[in-house]
Design a protein around this ligand. Structure first.
Ligand SMILES: Cc1cc2nc3c(=O)[nH]c(=O)nc-3n(C[C@H](O)[C@H](O)[C@H](O)COP(=O)(O)O)c2cc1C
Length: 199
């Protein structure tokens, strides 16, 4: 089992980084092979909407996504983290998500209409944090994550959403969040859906 952690925050060691570290430690201790991609470290341009991938399933742009596509493809579980930035994932990870349009195109090209009704490439989970506590805080992020996993041919496996954390160290005041991340990581290693938890 390969569990991929896609670190979406530009802030090193921040709230979502800490939660994902914990989740992946748990995945590793369950025997999974853990891989990590830090969106802040890679150079990924936005989708050009050129339609090239519609024909081939392959993106025409040759940047760091060339190495990222195979990792997305081989992972059987993906844990995406996304601090809320203006109600959306940060631009760095959104670029990777937008470029997964090529995965979506590949899925359309390789599956029949009936096969498209099922997800056969694993399971994806979301960890998101935000500073405020509004009812709609995670609405957009959750949809983005769900359809990212859809493009990857993955089921949506659940989400850990933590409100009221702003400073890098704020998450350390919420031990339940770490316990939840640990459990999510264990479930990911077992390929099992987790749950939706809002803290
Ligand atoms: C550019 C920017 C935009 C943000 N927008 C929001 C927002 O719309 N709503 C909110 O509650 N928090 C917002 N935040 C706060 C972050 O979501 C919050 O601090 C989060 O816990 C950071 O996670 P990290 O430490 O993993 O980066 C924003 C922060 C930044 C830097």
């Amino acid at each position: 089992m390969i569990v991929l952690g896609l670190y979406g925050s530009p802030r090193k060691g921040g709230n979502t980084d800490q939660l994902l570290d914990r989740a992946l430690e748990a995945s590793a201790s369950e025997g999974a092979q853990v891989k990590k991609i830090y969106a802040r470290r890679v150079k990924v341009a936005g989708c050009l909407e050129c339609g090239g991938c519609d024909e081939t399933g392959v993106c025409v742009q040759k940047d760091d996504m060339v190495e990222i596509y195979p990792v997305l493809e081989e992972a059987q579980a993906v844990i995406l983290t996304a601090p809320v930035f203006f109600y959306s994932p940060p631009a760095q990870v959104k670029a990777i998500i937008d470029r997964s349009q090529a995965c979506w195109a590949k899925r359309l090209l390789s599956k029949s209409k009936d096969q498209l009704k099922t997800y056969d490439s694993g399971i994806g989970y979301l960890i998101a944090t935000g500073a405020t506590k509004g009812k709609k805080l995670f609405d957009c992020t959750k949809l983005v994550a769900r359809y990212f996993f859809d493009a990857l041919d993955m089921d949506y496996g659940g989400e850990l959403l933590v409100t009221g954390v702003e400073k890098k160290s704020d998450i350390s005041k919420i031990p339940e969040a770490f316990e939840a991340a640990l459990e999510m990581g264990r479930y990911a290693a077992q390929g099992k859906p987790w749950k939706s938890l809002l803290l």
